[in-house]
Design a protein around this ligand. Structure first.
Ligand SMILES: *[C@@H]1O[C@H](CO)[C@@H](O)[C@H](O)[C@H]1NC(C)=O
Ligand SMILES: *[C@@H]1O[C@H](CO)[C@@H](O)[C@H](O)[C@H]1NC(C)=O
Ligand SMILES: *[C@@H]1O[C@H](CO)[C@@H](O)[C@H](O)[C@H]1NC(C)=O
Ligand SMILES: *[C@@H]1O[C@H](CO)[C@@H](O)[C@H](O)[C@H]1NC(C)=O
Ligand SMILES: *[C@@H]1O[C@H](CO)[C@@H](O)[C@H](O)[C@H]1NC(C)=O
Ligand SMILES: *[C@@H]1O[C@H](CO)[C@@H](O)[C@H](O)[C@H]1NC(C)=O
Ligand SMILES: *[C@@H]1O[C@H](CO)[C@@H](O)[C@H](O)[C@H]1NC(C)=O
Length: 387
């Protein structure tokens, strides 16, 4: 492990300022040094028993998943000083997996069985990812009332810096795991998502013709840990956030229903939900505490609110000085102007440093009417902000 805490402190000081750049243009179709490649497509058949749904993906991504799990284990050895403790944690995690709600418990077990991985490790991956994701999400409406939804997935913070390559080790290991998923019932698409193989919750997805949904991490004193600990000790009245988004993508049938559930379901940890619908005005950022919606920020084109944008800070607070992706993203959206809004225009915004940074795994673009979703793996060549 090359995690160097001192180095991180230096990076924090250097971050942003020198890495900011002017709003990018003409980045689409994706090309050049910030474009790392496309991702493979898989069908997930919801008619199969949960245990079997992920078998093909899991088997084909077995090697990459193994590398990732080994890496996470190395991190745990660092955090917990003895191998015995890590083993104990794995056992506990396997048990935690069994307490997760159906069908997620079964699906996770199926992934472990298909890859030959230790169940506890796959559970850790599913829990870790939920708690450490930072991101930028945007819903925008064009002059004709057509909606676009885009996001950068940024992940891997503080879990090891590769000094030789100037990259986050975990971020690099996640890129080969990104897959495009088409969830079907009766051979018909129910929803689509871009996600990491081995992970059964959803952080980005589209219900064709109906809504688009992304989730961003919200850091808070009353953070993820308390809810997770409560869960472990038997108080299980809240939802894991990405299980809620998955359930909504799978089973909700309208923007309003999705919005109501995202705003009012009790959660294990705070979160931001970014939801787009299928007609003018249907777009919002929901800022959640574990128990309530603290704020719902709606699109309102007639009032000049033609986009809503969320990074990882409450919109009524200033972002951390060393992590302000909101100001540049807002600036680039303003400069784009409503008449130019399109998926390529959003790709340009999300390609601008530091919105694009060393943690960025991928960029996803969605358009609801066509049921369209496309995802590109990203690189952020130096000079580039670490987050
Ligand atoms: C670092 O970069 C080199 C050369 O591009 C590559 O061969 C190596 O696999 C990279 N290391 C990691 C940990 O990504
Ligand atoms: C789905 O399509 C496959 C192949 O086209 C067919 O064998 C199968 O019976 C279909 N399943 C359903 C539930 O319609
Ligand atoms: C969606 O609803 C169906 C039918 O009630 C249920 O079997 C399925 O488990 C639900 N999906 C999720 C992810 O909860
Ligand atoms: C938009 O979503 C609603 C459900 O909220 C659905 O009834 C309607 O058909 C959708 N409109 C289009 C144009 O797909
Ligand atoms: C949009 O703004 C107008 C003018 O302030 C207001 O009347 C309308 O209710 C708003 N629409 C929504 C959906 O909030
Ligand atoms: C973007 O435009 C909005 C609305 O005009 C304005 O309030 C905001 O200050 C602008 N932000 C930036 C960073 O340009
Ligand atoms: C945006 O639209 C305006 C007016 O249609 C045009 O003059 C301008 O060049 C466009 N800007 C970009 C970045 O496409």
């Amino acid at each position: 492990m090359r995690a160097a805490v001192a180095l991180l402190a230096v990076l924090a000081v250097l971050a942003k300022g020198p890495y900011a750049e002017d709003c990018q243009i003409q980045q689409y179709p994706p090309k050049g040094p910030t474009y790392k490649g496309n991702i493979p497509k898989y069908v997930i058949n919801l008619d199969l028993p949960p245990h079997e749904r992920w078998a093909q993906v899991a088997r084909e991504k077995q090697a990459e998943l193994k590398i990732l799990v080994e890496h996470i284990k190395n991190i745990m050895v660092m955090l917990f000083p003895s191998a015995k403790l890590v083993h104990l944690l794995e056992t506990k995690m396997a048990w935690l997996g069994s307490t997760l709600p159906y069908p997620f418990n079964e699906e996770i077990k199926g992934i472990a069985d298909a890859t030959g991985a230790v169940l506890g490790d796959i559970v850790i991956f599913n829990v870790f990812y939920e708690i450490f994701t930072v991101c930028t999400s945007i819903v925008a409406e064009d002059r004709a009332g057509k909606l676009y939804h885009a996001r950068n997935l940024d992940f891997g913070l503080f879990l090891g810096w590769d000094i030789k390559n100037n990259t986050w080790t975990l971020t690099q290991k996640l890129k080969p795991l990104m897959v495009s998923l088409d969830f079907q019932r009766n051979n018909k698409t129910v929803f689509k998502s871009s996600n990491l193989a081995g992970y059964v919750g959803m952080v980005s997805g589209i219900k064709p013709g109906i809504f688009t949904l992304t989730m961003n991490e919200r850091f808070s004193i009353d953070g993820g840990y308390i809810g997770v600990f409560e869960w472990i000790f038997g108080k299980r009245d809240g939802w894991w956030m990405s299980f809620l988004t998955r359930t909504i993508l799978e089973n909700s049938t309208s923007y309003e229903e999705a919005k109501d559930k995202l705003a009012n379901t009790r959660l294990l940890a705070p979160a931001y939900f970014i939801l787009g619908g299928n007609k003018s005005g249907q777009g919002c950022v929901i800022t959640r505490s574990r128990t309530a919606a603290l704020d719902v920020w709606n699109l309102n084109s007639s009032k000049g609110t033609w986009y809503v944008l969320e990074t990882n800070y409450d919109r009524w607070k200033v972002p951390l000085v060393v992590d302000d992706r909101r100001t540049p993203a807002t600036k680039c959206m303003n400069r784009t102007m409503q008449q130019n809004v399109s998926l390529p225009a959003l790709y340009n915004v999300l390609s601008t440093k530091p919105i694009l940074n060393k943690l960025t795994v991928s960029t996803t673009l969605m358009e609801v009417h066509e049921g369209h979703i496309e995802t590109y793996l990203r690189n952020c060549p130096d000079p580039c902000s670490p987050w």
